[in-house]
Design a protein around this ligand. Sequence first.
Ligand code: KG4
Ligand code: ZN
Length: 354
Amino acid sequence: MRCLGIESSCDETALALVEDGRLIDAVLATQADMHALFGGVVPELASREHYRFCGALFDELMRRAGLDASAVDVVAVSRGPGLLGSLLVGVAFAKGLALGCGARFLGVNHLHAHLLAAGLEGATLFPSLGLLASGGHTHLYRLDSPSRIVQLGRTLDDAAGEAFDKVGKLMGLAYPGGRLLDMLARQGRADDRLFPRPYLDNDNLDFSFSGLKTAAAAWLSPLAKTVDWPRPLNDPADAPQELKDGCASFNKAVVDTLMEKTRRALDRNPDLRRLVVAGGVAANSLLREEATALMTARGGEVVFPSPRLCTDNAAMVAYAGWLLACEGWEHPLSMETIPRGRAIPEDMRRAAKP
Ligand code: KG4
Ligand code: ZN
Protein backbone atom coordinates (compact mmCIF):
# COMPACT_ATOMS: atom_id res chain seq x y z
CA MET A 1 0.00 0.00 0.00
CA ARG A 2 1.37 3.42 -1.02
CA CYS A 3 0.57 6.43 1.16
CA LEU A 4 1.31 10.01 0.20
CA GLY A 5 1.84 12.30 3.21
CA ILE A 6 1.33 16.06 3.14
CA GLU A 7 2.60 18.42 5.85
CA SER A 8 1.77 22.13 5.97
CA SER A 9 0.94 22.84 9.62
CA CYS A 10 3.56 25.55 10.18
CA ASP A 11 6.39 26.83 7.98
CA GLU A 12 7.50 23.71 6.11
CA THR A 13 5.69 22.47 3.02
CA ALA A 14 6.56 18.80 2.71
CA LEU A 15 5.37 15.73 0.82
CA ALA A 16 6.55 12.13 1.14
CA LEU A 17 5.66 8.67 -0.10
CA VAL A 18 5.66 5.60 2.13
CA GLU A 19 5.15 2.15 0.68
CA ASP A 20 4.57 -0.85 2.92
CA GLY A 21 6.05 0.97 5.91
CA ARG A 22 9.19 2.17 4.10
CA LEU A 23 9.99 5.67 2.92
CA ILE A 24 10.28 5.88 -0.88
CA ASP A 25 11.14 9.57 -1.14
CA ALA A 26 10.42 12.96 0.43
CA VAL A 27 10.51 16.59 -0.71
CA LEU A 28 10.43 19.72 1.42
CA ALA A 29 10.40 23.48 0.96
CA THR A 30 11.23 25.46 4.08
CA GLN A 31 10.16 29.04 4.70
CA ALA A 32 12.35 29.40 7.80
CA ASP A 33 14.61 32.12 6.32
CA MET A 34 11.64 34.27 5.33
CA HIS A 35 9.99 34.07 8.78
CA ALA A 36 13.35 34.59 10.52
CA LEU A 37 13.27 38.15 9.13
CA PHE A 38 10.19 38.74 11.33
CA GLY A 39 11.45 36.82 14.38
CA GLY A 40 8.64 34.24 14.13
CA VAL A 41 6.20 32.63 11.71
CA VAL A 42 3.86 35.09 9.97
CA PRO A 43 0.69 33.02 9.37
CA GLU A 44 -0.60 34.82 6.27
CA LEU A 45 2.77 34.57 4.53
CA ALA A 46 3.07 30.90 5.51
CA SER A 47 -0.29 30.03 3.89
CA ARG A 48 0.66 31.77 0.66
CA GLU A 49 3.98 29.97 0.51
CA HIS A 50 2.31 26.57 1.11
CA TYR A 51 -0.05 27.32 -1.76
CA ARG A 52 2.88 28.26 -3.99
CA PHE A 53 4.86 25.10 -3.17
CA CYS A 54 2.26 22.29 -2.88
CA GLY A 55 1.66 21.48 -6.55
CA ALA A 56 5.27 21.83 -7.63
CA LEU A 57 6.50 19.59 -4.80
CA PHE A 58 3.92 16.93 -5.68
CA ASP A 59 5.08 16.93 -9.32
CA GLU A 60 8.72 16.69 -8.22
CA LEU A 61 8.04 13.83 -5.80
CA MET A 62 6.15 11.76 -8.38
CA ARG A 63 8.77 12.45 -11.04
CA ARG A 64 11.59 11.37 -8.73
CA ALA A 65 9.70 8.25 -7.65
CA GLY A 66 8.87 7.46 -11.30
CA LEU A 67 5.20 7.12 -10.37
CA ASP A 68 1.92 8.38 -11.72
CA ALA A 69 -0.69 9.97 -9.39
CA SER A 70 -2.87 6.87 -9.87
CA ALA A 71 -0.21 4.86 -7.97
CA VAL A 72 -1.23 6.57 -4.71
CA ASP A 73 -3.57 4.38 -2.62
CA VAL A 74 -3.92 6.69 0.40
CA VAL A 75 -3.53 10.46 0.77
CA ALA A 76 -2.72 11.41 4.38
CA VAL A 77 -2.43 14.99 5.56
CA SER A 78 -1.67 16.80 8.82
CA ARG A 79 -5.13 18.04 9.85
CA GLY A 80 -3.93 19.82 12.99
CA PRO A 81 -2.97 21.17 15.35
CA GLY A 82 -1.20 24.05 13.65
CA LEU A 83 -1.78 27.37 11.94
CA LEU A 84 -5.28 27.16 10.50
CA GLY A 85 -4.59 28.93 7.20
CA SER A 86 -1.50 26.79 6.60
CA LEU A 87 -3.31 23.57 7.45
CA LEU A 88 -6.22 24.47 5.18
CA VAL A 89 -3.90 24.72 2.17
CA GLY A 90 -2.52 21.21 2.74
CA VAL A 91 -5.90 19.67 3.62
CA ALA A 92 -7.66 21.19 0.59
CA PHE A 93 -4.84 19.98 -1.66
CA ALA A 94 -5.03 16.49 -0.09
CA LYS A 95 -8.80 16.24 -0.47
CA GLY A 96 -8.65 17.25 -4.15
CA LEU A 97 -5.83 14.81 -4.77
CA ALA A 98 -7.60 11.91 -3.05
CA LEU A 99 -10.74 12.58 -5.06
CA GLY A 100 -8.78 12.93 -8.29
CA CYS A 101 -6.70 9.76 -7.77
CA GLY A 102 -9.52 7.68 -6.32
CA ALA A 103 -7.34 7.26 -3.20
CA ARG A 104 -8.42 6.84 0.40
CA PHE A 105 -8.29 10.07 2.43
CA LEU A 106 -6.94 10.31 5.99
CA GLY A 107 -6.38 13.28 8.28
CA VAL A 108 -3.49 12.68 10.66
CA ASN A 109 -2.92 14.27 14.07
CA HIS A 110 0.37 16.09 13.51
CA LEU A 111 1.52 15.40 17.09
CA HIS A 112 0.81 11.69 16.85
CA ALA A 113 2.76 11.66 13.58
CA HIS A 114 5.80 13.12 15.40
CA LEU A 115 5.65 10.27 17.93
CA LEU A 116 5.04 7.52 15.38
CA ALA A 117 7.94 8.68 13.16
CA ALA A 118 10.49 6.45 14.92
CA GLY A 119 8.62 3.41 13.55
CA LEU A 120 9.83 4.40 10.11
CA GLU A 121 13.34 3.67 11.35
CA GLY A 122 12.42 0.25 12.65
CA ALA A 123 11.71 1.14 16.30
CA THR A 124 9.05 -0.83 18.16
CA LEU A 125 6.47 1.70 19.31
CA PHE A 126 3.70 -0.07 21.18
CA PRO A 127 3.08 0.11 24.02
CA SER A 128 5.08 3.15 25.10
CA LEU A 129 5.03 6.49 26.83
CA GLY A 130 5.41 9.38 24.41
CA LEU A 131 6.96 12.73 25.29
CA LEU A 132 6.38 15.26 22.55
CA ALA A 133 8.32 18.48 23.00
CA SER A 134 8.21 20.92 20.11
CA GLY A 135 7.93 24.64 19.45
CA GLY A 136 4.17 24.54 19.90
CA HIS A 137 3.51 21.60 22.24
CA THR A 138 4.71 19.72 25.29
CA HIS A 139 2.55 16.63 25.69
CA LEU A 140 2.74 13.24 27.38
CA TYR A 141 0.88 10.32 25.81
CA ARG A 142 0.24 6.68 26.29
CA LEU A 143 0.70 4.92 22.94
CA ASP A 144 -1.10 1.59 22.60
CA SER A 145 -1.62 1.44 18.84
CA PRO A 146 -1.65 3.91 15.91
CA SER A 147 -5.30 4.69 16.60
CA ARG A 148 -5.16 4.40 20.41
CA ILE A 149 -3.00 7.28 21.61
CA VAL A 150 -4.22 8.81 24.86
CA GLN A 151 -3.05 12.22 26.06
CA LEU A 152 -1.91 12.16 29.71
CA GLY A 153 -0.58 15.70 30.07
CA ARG A 154 -0.10 18.91 28.14
CA THR A 155 1.37 22.35 28.46
CA LEU A 156 -0.88 24.94 30.04
CA ASP A 157 0.96 27.90 28.48
CA ASP A 158 4.30 28.02 26.67
CA ALA A 159 5.65 24.84 25.12
CA ALA A 160 9.22 23.76 25.95
CA GLY A 161 10.51 24.83 22.51
CA GLU A 162 8.68 28.13 22.81
CA ALA A 163 10.38 28.73 26.17
CA PHE A 164 13.78 28.01 24.55
CA ASP A 165 12.97 30.34 21.65
CA LYS A 166 11.61 33.19 23.80
CA VAL A 167 14.55 33.08 26.19
CA GLY A 168 16.87 32.77 23.18
CA LYS A 169 15.28 35.91 21.74
CA LEU A 170 15.81 37.79 25.02
CA MET A 171 19.46 36.69 24.92
CA GLY A 172 19.73 38.00 21.37
CA LEU A 173 20.28 34.51 19.88
CA ALA A 174 19.37 34.04 16.21
CA TYR A 175 15.82 32.62 15.80
CA PRO A 176 14.81 29.90 16.59
CA GLY A 177 17.06 29.96 19.64
CA GLY A 178 16.65 26.38 20.94
CA ARG A 179 19.50 24.79 19.02
CA LEU A 180 22.00 27.57 19.75
CA LEU A 181 20.96 27.75 23.42
CA ASP A 182 21.67 24.00 23.62
CA MET A 183 25.12 24.52 22.04
CA LEU A 184 25.95 27.35 24.47
CA ALA A 185 24.67 25.29 27.39
CA ARG A 186 27.17 22.56 26.57
CA GLN A 187 29.98 25.08 27.09
CA GLY A 188 28.55 26.40 30.36
CA ARG A 189 28.20 25.22 33.95
CA ALA A 190 24.66 24.81 35.29
CA ASP A 191 23.69 26.28 38.65
CA ASP A 192 20.57 24.45 39.87
CA ARG A 193 19.62 27.34 42.20
CA LEU A 194 19.37 29.91 39.42
CA PHE A 195 15.99 28.89 37.94
CA PRO A 196 12.92 27.09 39.30
CA ARG A 197 11.63 23.70 38.12
CA PRO A 198 8.16 25.01 37.38
CA TYR A 199 4.76 23.47 38.03
CA LEU A 200 5.88 20.30 39.81
CA ASP A 201 4.00 20.91 43.06
CA ASN A 202 0.78 19.21 41.89
CA ASP A 203 -0.35 15.71 41.00
CA ASN A 204 -1.13 16.16 37.32
CA LEU A 205 1.07 15.50 34.29
CA ASP A 206 0.73 18.97 32.76
CA PHE A 207 3.50 21.49 32.17
CA SER A 208 3.81 25.26 32.53
CA PHE A 209 6.95 27.04 31.34
CA SER A 210 5.89 30.70 31.33
CA GLY A 211 7.20 31.33 34.88
CA LEU A 212 10.59 29.95 33.92
CA LYS A 213 10.73 32.38 31.03
CA THR A 214 10.00 35.27 33.43
CA ALA A 215 12.73 34.04 35.80
CA ALA A 216 15.20 33.91 32.90
CA ALA A 217 14.25 37.46 31.86
CA ALA A 218 14.82 38.71 35.43
CA TRP A 219 18.26 37.04 35.54
CA LEU A 220 19.25 38.33 32.11
CA SER A 221 18.36 41.97 32.53
CA PRO A 222 21.19 42.94 34.99
CA LEU A 223 23.69 40.77 33.06
CA ALA A 224 22.90 42.54 29.78
CA LYS A 225 23.74 45.86 31.45
CA THR A 226 27.21 44.78 32.59
CA VAL A 227 28.36 42.31 29.90
CA ASP A 228 28.20 42.90 26.16
CA TRP A 229 27.80 40.40 23.30
CA PRO A 230 26.84 40.72 19.62
CA ARG A 231 23.14 40.58 18.70
CA PRO A 232 21.97 38.62 16.87
CA LEU A 233 24.42 36.08 18.22
CA ASN A 234 25.11 33.36 15.62
CA ASP A 235 28.47 32.01 16.71
CA PRO A 236 28.90 30.37 20.16
CA ALA A 237 32.48 31.70 20.17
CA ASP A 238 31.06 35.24 20.57
CA ALA A 239 29.14 34.42 23.78
CA PRO A 240 30.56 35.45 27.19
CA GLN A 241 30.99 32.69 29.78
CA GLU A 242 28.24 34.18 32.01
CA LEU A 243 25.75 33.74 29.17
CA LYS A 244 26.87 30.16 28.54
CA ASP A 245 26.45 29.39 32.25
CA GLY A 246 22.95 30.93 32.19
CA CYS A 247 22.08 28.81 29.14
CA ALA A 248 23.31 25.68 30.96
CA SER A 249 21.16 26.52 34.01
CA PHE A 250 18.06 27.30 31.93
CA ASN A 251 18.53 24.20 29.77
CA LYS A 252 18.83 22.04 32.88
CA ALA A 253 15.72 23.58 34.47
CA VAL A 254 13.64 22.74 31.37
CA VAL A 255 15.03 19.23 31.01
CA ASP A 256 14.70 18.44 34.76
CA THR A 257 11.05 19.52 34.59
CA LEU A 258 10.32 17.42 31.51
CA MET A 259 12.03 14.40 33.09
CA GLU A 260 10.24 14.73 36.44
CA LYS A 261 6.77 14.60 34.84
CA THR A 262 7.92 11.82 32.53
CA ARG A 263 9.06 9.83 35.59
CA ARG A 264 5.67 10.37 37.24
CA ALA A 265 3.85 9.26 34.08
CA LEU A 266 5.94 6.07 34.01
CA ASP A 267 5.16 5.44 37.69
CA ARG A 268 1.45 5.68 36.90
CA ASN A 269 1.77 3.36 33.89
CA PRO A 270 4.08 0.66 35.27
CA ASP A 271 3.52 -1.66 32.29
CA LEU A 272 5.30 0.83 29.99
CA ARG A 273 9.01 0.12 29.58
CA ARG A 274 9.63 2.25 26.53
CA LEU A 275 9.81 6.03 26.18
CA VAL A 276 9.48 7.71 22.79
CA VAL A 277 10.78 11.29 22.73
CA ALA A 278 9.86 13.37 19.66
CA GLY A 279 9.47 16.93 18.37
CA GLY A 280 12.11 19.58 17.71
CA VAL A 281 13.26 19.71 21.37
CA ALA A 282 14.07 15.97 21.17
CA ALA A 283 17.24 17.17 19.42
CA ASN A 284 18.38 18.69 22.74
CA SER A 285 21.57 17.00 23.89
CA LEU A 286 20.85 17.13 27.64
CA LEU A 287 17.29 15.84 27.13
CA ARG A 288 18.71 12.91 25.18
CA GLU A 289 21.22 12.13 27.94
CA GLU A 290 18.69 12.46 30.75
CA ALA A 291 15.95 10.44 29.00
CA THR A 292 18.45 7.68 28.25
CA ALA A 293 19.65 7.67 31.89
CA LEU A 294 16.05 7.60 33.17
CA MET A 295 15.06 4.60 31.07
CA THR A 296 18.33 2.74 31.67
CA ALA A 297 17.82 3.12 35.44
CA ARG A 298 14.30 1.69 35.06
CA GLY A 299 15.50 -1.23 32.91
CA GLY A 300 13.64 0.09 29.89
CA GLU A 301 14.57 1.74 26.62
CA VAL A 302 14.27 5.14 25.02
CA VAL A 303 13.52 5.79 21.37
CA PHE A 304 14.43 9.00 19.53
CA PRO A 305 13.59 9.51 15.89
CA SER A 306 16.68 10.72 14.01
CA PRO A 307 16.98 14.54 13.85
CA ARG A 308 15.56 14.79 10.30
CA LEU A 309 12.36 13.14 11.60
CA CYS A 310 12.23 15.33 14.73
CA THR A 311 11.56 18.57 12.85
CA ASP A 312 8.41 18.97 10.76
CA ASN A 313 8.44 16.60 7.80
CA ALA A 314 6.03 14.64 5.63
CA ALA A 315 7.62 11.21 6.04
CA MET A 316 6.07 11.01 9.52
CA VAL A 317 2.65 11.99 8.12
CA ALA A 318 2.87 9.43 5.32
CA TYR A 319 3.96 6.76 7.81
CA ALA A 320 1.20 7.58 10.33
CA GLY A 321 -1.33 7.56 7.46
CA TRP A 322 -0.01 4.23 6.27
CA LEU A 323 -0.32 2.73 9.80
CA LEU A 324 -3.90 3.97 10.14
CA ALA A 325 -4.82 2.81 6.65
CA CYS A 326 -3.44 -0.65 7.48
CA GLU A 327 -5.78 -0.67 10.49
CA GLY A 328 -8.62 -0.03 7.99
CA TRP A 329 -9.40 3.63 8.71
CA GLU A 330 -10.31 6.59 6.52
CA HIS A 331 -11.91 10.03 6.76
CA PRO A 332 -14.81 11.41 4.75
CA LEU A 333 -14.05 14.51 2.63
CA SER A 334 -16.08 16.52 5.14
CA MET A 335 -13.27 16.08 7.71
CA GLU A 336 -12.52 19.28 9.59
CA THR A 337 -9.15 21.01 9.94
CA ILE A 338 -8.22 21.73 13.57
CA PRO A 339 -6.22 24.79 14.65
CA ARG A 340 -3.89 24.83 17.65
CA GLY A 341 -5.78 24.82 20.96
CA ARG A 342 -8.73 22.69 19.84
CA ALA A 343 -8.94 18.98 20.56
CA ILE A 344 -8.72 16.72 17.52
CA PRO A 345 -11.94 14.70 17.26
CA GLU A 346 -11.87 10.91 16.97
CA ASP A 347 -13.85 10.79 13.77
CA MET A 348 -12.16 8.21 11.53
CA ARG A 349 -14.47 5.65 10.00
CA ARG A 350 -13.98 2.16 8.68
CA ALA A 351 -12.79 2.33 5.05
CA ALA A 352 -15.34 1.47 2.38
CA LYS A 353 -12.56 -0.17 0.30
CA PRO A 354 -10.01 -1.61 2.76
O1 KG4 B 1 8.91 20.19 16.15
P1 KG4 B 1 9.50 21.46 15.65
O2 KG4 B 1 10.44 21.42 14.48
O3 KG4 B 1 8.41 22.50 15.24
C1 KG4 B 1 7.15 22.52 15.76
O4 KG4 B 1 6.28 21.80 15.22
O5 KG4 B 1 6.99 23.25 16.76
O6 KG4 B 1 10.21 22.13 16.90
C2 KG4 B 1 10.90 23.33 16.79
C3 KG4 B 1 11.36 23.71 18.17
C4 KG4 B 1 11.86 25.14 18.23
O7 KG4 B 1 11.26 25.74 19.34
C5 KG4 B 1 13.36 24.95 18.42
O8 KG4 B 1 13.98 26.00 19.11
C6 KG4 B 1 13.40 23.67 19.21
O9 KG4 B 1 12.42 22.86 18.60
N1 KG4 B 1 14.72 23.03 19.16
C7 KG4 B 1 15.48 22.82 20.25
C8 KG4 B 1 16.68 22.20 19.78
N2 KG4 B 1 16.58 22.04 18.44
C9 KG4 B 1 15.36 22.55 18.07
N3 KG4 B 1 15.28 23.10 21.53
C10 KG4 B 1 16.25 22.77 22.40
N4 KG4 B 1 17.40 22.17 22.05
C11 KG4 B 1 17.66 21.87 20.76
N5 KG4 B 1 18.80 21.27 20.41
ZN1 ZN C 1 5.66 19.64 14.46
